[in-house]
Design a binder for this molecule. Structure first.
Ligand code: GDP
Length: 360
């Protein structure tokens, strides 16, 4: 499964957030045979559509899609030089598919800040600098090797150009991910380098009540990290929420003027940042969300259920969630001509409710 690595300076609330994530972990109930590493938190992707589908089909149970987070401890200044836990830290990030950086915004005189004061911009720079330096090292090794191979060959020249453009971005202190569009970076040629700052970034701003209610402050913070996505939450509140019943939690959120918990937000943003989407299946036994990559075709989507479904793919019977719920039942949707037969070139859309026809 694709994972999101959680990083951040000491004392910003990583453990608090991560503990809330692992408390939320539903694996034990739904996937009894799955083993989970202690530093991995697996949470449900919130999806209100599933309950509605389960109603329509009278499903016995609901299986949502999940999002996996990995706790990556140990960022320190000098990590890029392999100081202390530095090497392990970088190796762990390399394995993650996206990076969620927890940034302290909350003020609390009782919680010491490593640099003496709460300063989100400076904290983000500290971490990003280590990652940028690590990537620069990767390029310091890769560029000379490639230069030797080029000698006027077109393919290698294009690759070298991509490397040099990336080096320029890093030398001015920016991350690759934030510069893909602005600098027109050639990600196809950069892909094999496994650059840390090329991974999709999410910023998790750990706020107190003040900032959670301050839309303007949030807008400024979000803008400062765009195009990376932002999530605003209060890690302590999230830790409290997971201890409550669903109903109590909803009441507490309402009191705080929030529609959804920070963990749910983080799950949604994380799932999206990983480039994933879901399609839905429903029947009397279960209603389920299946995870695919954006752009996957119908046979690829079928393969997520079973490889035989992909090999023996004939066609997919598909109705959009909106059409299905508007019609009220599968039969009514069929009568209304809303159920389509799609072939092997069909690209899956969000909200597709699917039944695959397989020849195997
Ligand atoms: P880590 O070092 O990044 O893992 O940080 P911790 O999760 O251990 O948090 C450090 C301290 O900050 C702990 O005492 C937490 O209770 C506290 N803390 C975490 N999140 C918040 C928050 O949102 N508000 C306040 N006031 N304190 C927090």
């Amino acid at each position: 499964a694709l994972t999101i690595g959680i990083v951040g300076l000491p004392n910003v609330g990583k453990s608090t957030l991560f503990n809330a994530l692992t408390r939320q972990t539903i694996l034990a109930a739904n996937y009894p045979f799955a083993t989970i590493e202690p530093n991995v938190g697996v949470v449900n992707l919130p999806d209100e559509r599933l309950e509605r589908l389960a109603e329509i089909f009278g499903s016995e149970r609901i299986l949502p899609a999940t999002v996996s987070f990995v706790d990556i401890a140990g960022i320190v200044k000098g990590a890029s030089e392999g100081e202390g836990l530095g090497n392990q830290f970088l190796a762990n990030i390399r394995e993650a598919h996206a990076v969620a950086q927890v940034v302290r915004v909350f003020e609390d005189g009782n919680v010491v800040h490593v640099d003496g004061k709460v300063d989100p911009a400076s904290d983000m720079e500290t971490i990003n600098t280590e990652l940028v330096l690590a990537d620069l090292q990767t390029l310091e090794n890769a560029v000379p090797k490639l230069e030797k191979q080029v000698k006027g060959r077109k393919a290698e020249q294009a690759q070298l150009d991509a490397y040099l453009a990336a080096r320029k971005v890093l030398e001015r202190g920016d991350t690759i991910f934030s510069s893909i569009e602005s600098d027109g970076l050639d990600m196809e040629h950069l892909g094999q380098l496994g650059l840390l700052t090329a991974k999709p970034f999410i910023y998790v701003f750990n706020c107190d009540d003040g900032v959670l209610g301050d839309a303007e402050k949030q807008r400024q913070l979000a803008e400062s990290v765009a195009p990376a996505q932002s999530v605003f939450l209060d890690a302590k509140l999230e830790a409290d929420l997971v201890e409550l019943s669903e109903e109590e939690a909803r009441e507490m959120l309402e009191m705080n003027g929030q529609e959804e918990s920070g963990l749910d937000q983080l799950a949604r943003v994380g799932f999206d940042t990983l480039g994933l989407q879901t399609y839905l299946t429903a029947g009397p036994k279960e209603t389920r969300a299946w995870t695919i990559t954006k752009g996957d075709t119908a046979p690829q989507a079928a393969g997520v259920i079973h490889t035989d479904f992909q090999k023996g793919f004939i066609k997919a019977e598909i109705v959009s969630f909106d059409d299905l719920t508007a019609a009220g039942s599968m039969n009514d949707a069929k009568a209304a001509g809303k159920v389509r037969m799609e072939g092997k070139d069909y690209v899956m859309r969000d909200g597709d409710v699917v039944e695959f026809k397989s020849g195997l």
